[in-house]
Design a protein. Structure first.
Length: 240
């Protein structure tokens, strides 16, 4: 499960805030730089919710959630606890009817939760408007960034347009951070397996190919990932 982030309001002061005095392109460029400065998907999402509040006209709160086909949801980044209350959790889709619409549309707007949500979790959290934008769409899973506001009809077509441009940058940064994290993990795994192979070579007086084959066979026999088995061998060696 991804690490969860709550963002203190004090973090907002360092971020660009779109207004009439700042061209949209400049604001998005500044946001893109901050997003691409992150080195893990968690940090990218952390930055994205902060930036969403600064960039999207009308936004007061923001969160990123992962939505499963079966209705389960988990919030993985949020600006404050109001977001967690509004988004809820579990498999009760009725709590937030607009979630289902995101499987068929990249953007969903809630103009007034008291009228559209039937007094559901948005209204209960004191939030009247929502602008939900897809970040990732997979066969069984969506990643969604949602901006919230306390007044009805807070998000106009301009907010939607800016939101779509912004989430395009977030999606690119998230993909980039994911690749970097995977490459880093692959390098760590390679080094770990190399260390374990060296230990087996010394312990069993065999060459590198034989040591690696031994490691693979043990992994298959014990139904343990090669990386995890290598870590056990290295940890045991370091403990002696």
């Amino acid at each position: 499960m991804p690490k969860r982030f709550v963002v203190p309001a004090s973090d907002f002061s360092e971020l660009p805030h779109f207004s009439g005095n700042i061209e949209l392109a400049e604001a998005l460029t500044m946001a893109a730089r901050q997003l691409h400065d992150t080195d893990t998907p968690d940090k990218t999402m952390h930055a994205a919710v902060r930036l969403a509040v600064r960039l999207l006209p009308g936004a007061e709160h923001a969160g990123i959630s992962v939505v499963e086909r079966d209705g389960r949801r988990r919030t993985v980044a949020w600006t404050d606890e109001v977001v967690r209350t509004a988004e809820g959790s579990g498999a009760d889709r009725a709590q937030a009817p607009y979630w289902d619409r995101l499987w068929h549309a990249p953007v969903v707007r809630v103009a007034d939760s008291e009228q559209e949500d039937g007094g559901g979790p948005l209204a209960e959290a004191g939030l009247r408007s929502a602008l939900a934008l897809r970040l990732r769409a997979e066969k069984r899973r969506l990643t969604v960034l949602t901006a919230y506001a306390g007044k009805p009809r807070a998000f106009d077509p301009d907010a939607t347009r800016i939101g779509r441009l912004f989430t395009a940058h977030v999606s690119l940064a998230l993909d980039s951070a994911t690749v970097r994290e995977q490459l880093t993990e692959a390098m760590r795994t390679r080094d770990l397996i190399g260390q374990a192979t060296g230990i087996l070579m010394e312990r069993l007086d065999i060459d590198a190919a034989q040591a690696f084959d031994s490691l693979v066979r043990a992994s298959q026999r014990e139904n343990v990932k090669l990386r995890d088995l290598a870590r056990r061998i290295v940890d045991a060696k370091n403990a002696t």
